[in-house]
Design a protein around this ligand. Structure first.
Ligand code: BTN
Length: 323
């Protein structure tokens, strides 16, 4: 029953808005026309808007707001990103699941996305809070055979630029705090975690994880981060459709990633410098110790150039920018 319904949804949305006849559906699913009609009524109850026209057949007009593989794929205009989407209502971490799929040989662009994560991972082994239904928690498996492991740093920046540009279209003035945080004002909206499996000079695969706080109110955040974290809902004063947001993130990521692979890092670097958080300002930097540094820009690898109080420049591949 569940499988037939899943196949039926697949057949409907593969039509991308065109009609598919009842006869064709009944042939493909190997069930009667009246069974199709019953399934259609169940889909309508589940929030799908379906149009049925005599002699033409059925077509999906809109899908429900809750996330599912079908609703996430609905209207996704990518070529390779998310051709395979694995939606899990609850998972420890989409990163672990994506690593498993990658080891089993899944395709480039396979996505794992969760309603909630019970052990979400942040950078520097931190916990990433991922409550049910309030955010986008997703990981994508990338197989950039033409890149060397060094380019993984750049990929995090490619993702940050892609998301920041996508959010601009939603009128959200996002800045990128090096290397992987998206900020609205002085509050963190989203984070990116890039993990790589490589041998010597060859990348086997990369799992790029993204967490975006979307429909949180202040009380949904842990008290310890209520002043430092924010969500799209807090900024826009309205609930955001997670499916639509995912589609925009996916589509922009694919565009920027392909551009990066075809044209190199230069234009990403230029975009990043426009979007960089507190570039030109003095901040506290944590490496082995904490020190005061002025953020200058990026180098060609995507590392951060920082000037210390004596005017000496440092190239940072790994560091934490504090305040
Ligand atoms: C950070 O800012 O420290 C990075 C946060 C990355 C969180 C995302 S949510 C989806 C994916 N699964 C995880 O467990 N972590 C990443």
């Amino acid at each position: 029953m569940e499988d037939t319904r899943k196949r039926l949804i697949e057949l409907l949305y593969n039509q991308t808005g065109d009609y598919i006849s009842g006869q064709e559906l009944s042939k493909q699913l190997n069930i009667s026309r009246s069974a199709i009609w019953k399934h259609m009524n169940e889909l309508k109850k589940a929030g799908y808007q379906i149009e049925a026209i005599t002699n033409r057949g059925y077509r999906i007009v809109s899908v429900p707001h809750e996330m599912s593989e079908a609703s996430l794929r609905w209207g996704l205009d990518t070529t390779w990103y998310g051709k395979e989407i694995n939606y899990l209502p609850s998972v420890t971490s989409t990163q672990y699941h994506a690593h498993d799929l990658a080891r089993e040989g899944c395709d480039h662009g396979t996505v794992v996305i969760a309603g909630e994560q019970t052990a979400g991972k942040g950078r520097l082994k931190r916990y990433w809070d991922s409550p049910a239904g309030l955010g986008l928690w997703f990981s994508v498996v990338l197989r950039p055979t033409e890149l060397t492991p060094k380019a993984a740093t750049q990929l995090t920046l490619v993702a940050a630029v892609a998301y920041a540009k996508a959010l601009k279209k939603w009128s959200i003035p996002v800045k990128i705090k090096w290397p992987n945080d998206l900020y609205i004002g002085d509050q963190k909206l989203a984070g990116i975690l890039t993990e790589m499996q490589a041998e010597q000079d060859e990348i086997d695969y990369i799992v790029l994880g993204t967490g975006i706080n979307v429909n949180h109110t202040t009380d949904d955040f842990h008290p310890s981060v209520q002043h430092t974290a924010t969500s799209l809902k807090q900024f826009l004063n309205k609930t955001v459709d997670l499916n639509a947001l995912f589609r925009d993130m996916a589509s922009n990521f694919e565009t920027e990633y392909d551009h990066f692979l075809n044209n190199g890092f230069q234009s990403i670097k230029e975009d990043w410098e426009q979007l960089g958080y507190k570039i030109g300002e003095w901040l506290t930097i944590r490496t082995n110790t904490e020190w005061s540094g002025k953020l200058i820009s990026l180098n060609d690898d995507g590392a951060l150039i920082v000037e210390d109080v004596l005017g000496e420049q440092h190239i940072l591949y790994s560091a934490e920018i504090l305040w």
